[in-house]
Structures are given as C-alpha cells and as structure tokens.
Design a protein around this ligand. Sequence first.
Ligand code: HEM
Length: 399
Amino acid sequence: MDAVEALRNLVSFPFDVHRVCHLIAVFCLVNLVLKITKLFISRKQSIKVLEAFPGPPPHWLYGHVHEFHQDGTDLDKTVNWAKQYPYCVPLWFGPFVSFLEINHPDYVKTILATTGNGLLVADGQKWFRHRRLLTPGFHYDVLKPYVKLVADSSNIMLDKWEKLAGKEESMEVYQHVSLMTLDSIMKCAFSYHSNCQTESGTNSYISAVYELCNLTNTRFRYFPYHIDIIFHLSPHGYRFRKACKLAHGHTEQVIKQRKETLQDGKELFKIQKKRYLDFLDILLCARDEHDKGLSDEDIRAEVDTFMFEGHDTTASGISWILYNLAANPEHQQKCRDEVQAMLAGKDTMDWEDLSKIPYTTMCIKESLRLNPPVPGIARKLTKPMTFCDGRTLPEDVFH
Ligand code: HEM
C-alpha cells in the first residue's frame, strides 16, 4: 500500500489527494514561470533605461560580479571606471540586479535633494517621524558621558595589545578595533556590558552579528541569492535566519529588561539621576505630538541599525587612522606630542579635551577622506529623476 492510499484509508478525505497534489504542483509551476517572466521583463526594462548611460560591458550572466575579486583591488577598479565614465557607471550584479553608480558631484546633488529609500534609511514619512523622535539622542549632553565609556573600552583593547606586542612583529588590528567599537556602542547606546572584547569567541550575540555581516556580503556577491526564495531555501539562508533569530532574541531581551525598569515613559529625569541617559531610554520614551511612541518592531529595527552602523563604520575608520599614522611617522609623532601635551599627566581624555587637539583632529579627518568607512550610499528612486544634463531615470531603479 503506498503512502497516499494509507493516508486515504486513515482519514477519509472528501477530495482526491492526487488531484490536490497535482493542483499544488501546477500552482507552484505557474508561479515560478510568472516570477521568471517578471524578472526577464524587468531586465529588459533596465537594459533600456541604462542605454543612455555607457559603462563597462557586462557579462550576460555574471554582469560585473566577476570583475570584483575581493582582493583589495575592488575600490581601485570602481575609481578607474569613474575616471573612464565620468558622472555615472551602470553596474550589473548577476543578470537581474542593476545599479547606476553615481560619481559626479552634480549628479550626487540631484540625488540627495530628492527622497528615495535607502539601505540604512527608511522611506520618507517614516524616516521623518523617527528622526524627529530620536533627535534628543544626539544632544551633546547625552553624548558627553560616552567619552569615559569609550575610554574604558579602548583601555581593554590596549591591554590586549600590550600582551601581544612582545610576541608579534606586526598584527591585523581590525578585529580588535571592531570588538572594541561594538563593546563601546553596546555600553553607550544600551548600557549593556558584554565582555565581548575578552570573550569574543564565546559570546553568542557577537558571533551572530559577525555571521550576519558575512552572510549579507555573501548574498550580495552571489547573484542567485538575490532571489529571496533561493536564498531562504539555501544553507546560507538557513544560517541567516538562525543568526537573525539569535540577534533579535538578544535585542528583544535587552529591550524587555529595560521596559521593566521604566514604569512609564515620562521618567527620564529619574533615569538621568540613576545613570547616564542612553539611546534605548530615548527610543522607549519618545512620543510624538499625538503622544504615540515607536512600536516594538520599530524600536528593535532602530536598535539593530545603531548596533551595526555604530560599530562597523567606527571600526573601519579607526583602523585606517592607525594605519595612515603608522605609514606617516612624522605626523604620528606630531599627534602623539599634541595628545601628551594636552593630557599633561592625566591618563584619559575628557569631553572638553576633544577640542584641544586640532592637529590630531585634522589627521583623523584626512584619513576619513582618504579611506572613507562608507564609500557609497544607495537609493531606490520613488519618483522619476532628471539629471543636470537632461538624462533621466524612471522610478524603482537602483543607483
Ligand atoms: C566614521 C563613522 C561613521 C560614518 C563615516 C558614517 C556614515 C554614515 C552615512 C554616509 C550615512 C548615510 C547613509 C545613507 O544616506 O544611506 C549614515 C547613516 C546612519 N548612521 Fe552613520 N556613520 C558613522 C558612524 C555612526 C555611528 C557611530 C552611529 C550610531 C551610533 C551611526 C548611526 C547611523 C544611523 C542610525 C544612520 C541612518 C540615519 C538615518 O536614518 O537618516 N553612524 N552614516
């Protein structure tokens, strides 16, 4: 007796199981054909739109993905294309995903003056409301106590380096700096003390954050993963969901714990007396003119953005600053002299000291200019756009 017959005998369905399975299969097939047709129609439309913007010829399947080798030359390649094709370069990631990479300031001006959905920024209305509710989080008075917290995290990193310095001639600092900035953002924004710098391999939340960063990068570079269903059914998709669940669980736990300590949303002054005000307090207590706060889901999304955006950019920026100073010892010496003169025997800097090291500040800014932690931003157009030279883009095209 086959499985279907057994099932039939077990529960006397009023319908034919074979027929239902057949219908489901046909439905899936039609759906698949529709999806593929849609992809090809959108590819045709993008090719037509991008005809006005010449660029390096794409491979029919890989697009330009095979041009990027992840060996440190990727940015140079983009810079060379920008020289060859001033204003903008059309780029294909696989056969269906295209971007128009904008280089010229006049083009950038047009983009930044209009609204669109970004990878980090939410869509227009929502973005506006959230930014207004979160503005108090960036007030100087909120930021001031963070100097001490960042100094504490840096000291943990320096202690580690002191032990390593005797053993190694040179070392990769990025991983250390990245853990230090993650430690700092968690302390400053969420008052969460994780010991992540000393137990980085065992902290499941930290492992999940790194796993998500790596998997996002893999998904972007491997074009079949651009199709949601393929990614979600793949082993990488499974790992992504698992890491997401873990990271979200952790964020929710932090939010829950804090909610329990805040009986109502108008107790900011009490918090200020107990400890410094953090980003989570501001998220939980934020109210708009209708006395409406952010939903739990919104709060979690803001916390996740902050956690990632707050540690990855600063880690990259600081690592490059250290590298550029090491590569220019005369400037490094000037910075060291300036900082030591300002400290005058103190072992750590205060908020007021930050404005007393102009030469070091200039070196930091120059390093951020030479090696920007965010070398590009993305927008999806929500309405058609015309550039200064008359070329146009319709809505719903990435660039
Ligand atoms: C050197 C350090 C940093 C650089 C270069 C940097 C750069 C940027 C850039 C270019 C954007 C705009 C993205 C877009 O328009 O699509 C952005 C957005 C954002 N950054 Fe940073 N960032 C840095 C540090 C931080 C830190 C420390 C935090 C949090 C503690 C943070 C939180 C955010 C958030 C929340 C957004 C989205 C803002 C919005 O919704 O308008 N960033 N950042």
